[in-house]
Every structure is written in C-alpha cells, then in structure tokens.
Design a protein. Structure first.
Length: 282
C-alpha cells in the first residue's frame, strides 16, 4: 500500500486535495490507521485518480466526476456522456468566438471611416423583383431557419427556378419587438412568374428605398446597429416606412439551416416631408 504522500506524488494530486476527495466521497483511502490517523491507498486506486484528473481536465465539476465514476464501467453510458460534454464545449467555444468577434468589431469601429455611426450605412434603391414567400408565426427567432428550409424544399418540389446568388429574405411584420409568436415572412428571389403554388406564394415585390447595414455571421450586434441606424435616419431627415428585414446571401446548394451567412439588415425609409407654414394674419 502507499502512504498518502507517495500516492500524491504518483497521482499528481496534492495531499490537501486528496483529503478533500475523501471528505466529499469521491476517493476514499483504502485504509486509515486508527492510532495514527495515517491514510493509505492501494496501487490500483491510481487508475481511479487518473480518471478523476482526466475528467477534471475536460472541465467537469467534482459533482459531475463523482456521477461519472459511479458508472465508469458502463461503456455505452460513458460514450454518450462524453459526447454530450463535447457538444457543451463546442457551444462554449461558439459563444467565446462570438464574444471575440464582438470585441474585434468594437475595436475596428474605433478606426472606421464612418466613425460617426460606428458602421457603414448605405441608402439604396431595391429594384422590383420576383419572389416566392412563406409566412408563419414562430416561437423564437431561431425557428426562422425552419421557414427557410420549408420554402427551399417547396421550391425544389414545385420546380421553381431560384435566382443566383440566392437572396434569402426574412421580413418581420410585427409592429413591436416580440420574444415569441413572431410574425415572420421568408422569401427567395426567383426567375420567372409562378401561379397555382401549394403552401407557398409568388409575389412581385415593388421597388423600395432602404437604409442598409452589412455584417457577417450572427446578429449579435443588433442593439448597437439599431442605434447607429436610428441616428443616421434622424441626421439625414428620413423616417421609417415599413417592416425591417434581413437579406442572407446563400448559394442555392448550401445548407439552408446554417446561419453563419453574410447578412444585410434593411430598413425601408422615405424622406421626411417638411411643411413651410405661410405668414399668418393678425
């Protein structure tokens, strides 16, 4: 058997931590001398200690490690548990990458040519164009991709020729910001005219004046972007005149479930009317 200091050296776990593991029922000594209170471990327990260290290096809490150790010999359980942990870590990485992108965007905005607004804002005319459309209420903005998938598959099933590049548009019809029951219409630009469609609709969209901001990836910077757009519209004497929408640029062959796209956020606007009041009579 090994004394606690010997076990500590071989397992690379501090004595203080070994005592803590004993206290929380994670790793007990094999034997404790009642007269001296010395703790002794079996050589085979080094394998358990190694498992603890390995699981700890994966970012698991001691509570999670204890749970896993109790079922460690169940290979199916262990594989599924580790797969779930992998998904969690990948999600954490994605969140960190988004935060890094946010920091880079903030740094770049300090040196932007359009430093007054912190982003490049364009005023442009959207010409008339043909689209197919699918409109539903969704429980969250993440469900927007389901609408795009439905529209994409319906287009394929009904032999509709999609434009290239594929301009995927999501229009938000609610009069206010909503967290659920969101009224969203998705559109794809198409070539030609269509009638008698099932589940989806064909439309001829009129020309429109919009203020737009282009960005990449997820729309994590919308609050700052909205402030910049509102300031630009005020400074240039425009007013909003329709629901905002996003245009995603995606080739038709791409997986429509992906939202790591190039996005153009558009706000329909019109010039503010100024009325000059004539002289009044006394």
């Amino acid at each position: 058997m090994l004394k606690i200091k010997e076990f500590s050296m071989l397992s690379q776990i501090g004595v203080r931590m070994l005592r803590h593991y004993d206290k929380i029922n994670l790793l007990h000594p094999a034997y404790v001398d009642d007269s001296t209170n010395y703790r002794y471990y079996k050589e085979e327990q080094l394998l358990v200690a190694n498992r603890i260290q390995s699981l700890k290096s994966m970012g698991m809490s001691l509570k999670e490690i204890k749970y896993v150790l109790d079922k460690y010999e169940d290979s199916e359980f262990l594989e599924q548990f580790l797969k779930n942990e992998l998904v969690k870590r990948q999600e954490e990485i994605a969140i960190l990458q988004d935060r890094i992108s946010y920091l880079k965007c903030a740094i770049n905005s300090l040196h932007s040519d359009n430093i007054k607004y912190g982003c490049n804002i364009l005023l442009k005319e959207i010409p008339e164009h043909n689209v197919i459309s699918y409109r539903r209420k969704i429980s969250s903005y993440k469900d927007e991709q389901d609408l795009f998938q439905t529209l994409y598959y319906e287009a394929a099933n009904q032999n509709i020729q999609l434009a290239t590049p594929l301009y995927s548009t999501a229009i938000y019809h609610d009069d206010e910001y909503k967290e659920d029951n969101i009224d969203v219409e998705v559109q794809y630009n198409v070539i030609g005219k269509y009638s008698g469609l099932q589940s989806i609709a064909y439309k001829r969209m009129p020309s429109m004046l919009v203020v737009s901001v282009a960005m990449e990836g997820k729309l994590d910077y919308m609050p700052e972007l909205n402030i910049a757009v509102a300031k630009w519209i005020k400074d240039n004497n425009y007013i909003f005149c329709g629901p905002m929408y996003n245009v995603y640029l995606v080739p038709p062959a791409n997986d429509t479930s992906s939202f790591n796209w190039f996005v153009e956020v558009c706000f329909p606007v019109k010039k503010k009317n100024f009325f000059i009041q004539g002289p009044t009579k006394n």
